[in-house]
Design a protein around this ligand. Structure first.
Ligand code: SAM
Length: 199
């Protein structure tokens, strides 16, 4: 693999359905203002094409639209242009399949779907192996994150790549990050590794 050529379209998906509850039931979670703002900024900083909020509920879409609309107003734009700028890259979809289709329309190829979790039974590799696969496949990448107690098994089993968890440095193994932290850490790792491979 000629790693100097690694370049690809990168999309983030914040999945509100299907996710699991504390008891392992499949649930829809609510969008949160904080997640939208923080993940939009990370996406913008690390050069993602877009951040998709994936939620099947119409009422939740209205919440997202209201938040995005507020920050696109002139007054907000003047007061905090960095935040307005980051939110331009936030899109929403009713389902993961709809977001994948939107990516295919934009990029001309169906995305390689990558899932994350604090604890996988088995995974396909770390960020370096992922980058090797991305280059071989030559497809856009859709990096999915869970909310609630994480992505449901159906999403994990249907993914193309299960990314190795961010591991703990504690003796008790605790590694349950907020979705916002997990997004930033992986995006930074991807860009750092990509940059090193290019040198
Ligand atoms: N309400 C929670 C919050 O504080 O954001 C949502 C937790 S949700 C389960 C967090 C998501 O971030 C996971 O589904 C996974 O996508 C990712 N995540 C969290 N910790 C992780 C880790 N150690 N390694 C990999 N991904 C992780």
């Amino acid at each position: 693999v000629d790693n100097k050529k690694i370049d690809f379209a990168l999309y983030v998906g914040v999945v509100h359905y299907p996710t699991v509850s504390k008891n392992g039931e499949e649930i829809v979670t609510s969008v949160t203002n904080l997640d939208i703002h923080d993940i939009a900024r990370s996406g913008r900083t690390f050069g993602t094409q877009a951040v998709f909020l994936i939620n099947p509920l119409e009422a939740q879409h209205q919440v997202v639209e209201r938040i995005l609309w507020h920050w696109k107003q002139d007054q907000s734009n003047v007061y905090n242009p960095d935040r307005s700028d980051a939110l331009q890259n936030v899109l929403w979809a009713y389902t993961i399949a709809e977001a994948q289709e939107k990516i295919r329309e934009r990029e001309g190829h169906f995305p390689l779907t990558v899932v994350t979790s604090a604890q996988f039974q088995s995974c396909d590799g770390d960020v370096k192996s992922l980058l090797n696969k991305i280059f071989l496949d030559n497809r856009p990448v859709f990096l999915l994150f869970g909310t609630g107690w994480g992505l449901s098994a159906s999403v994990v089993n249907n993914a193309d790549f299960r990314l190795a968890p961010i591991i703990s440095h504690n003796s008790d193994g605790y590694n349950h990050l907020s979705v916002r932290s997990a997004v930033s850490i992986y995006l930074d790792r991807i860009r750092q590794t990509q940059g090193r491979e290019r040198e």
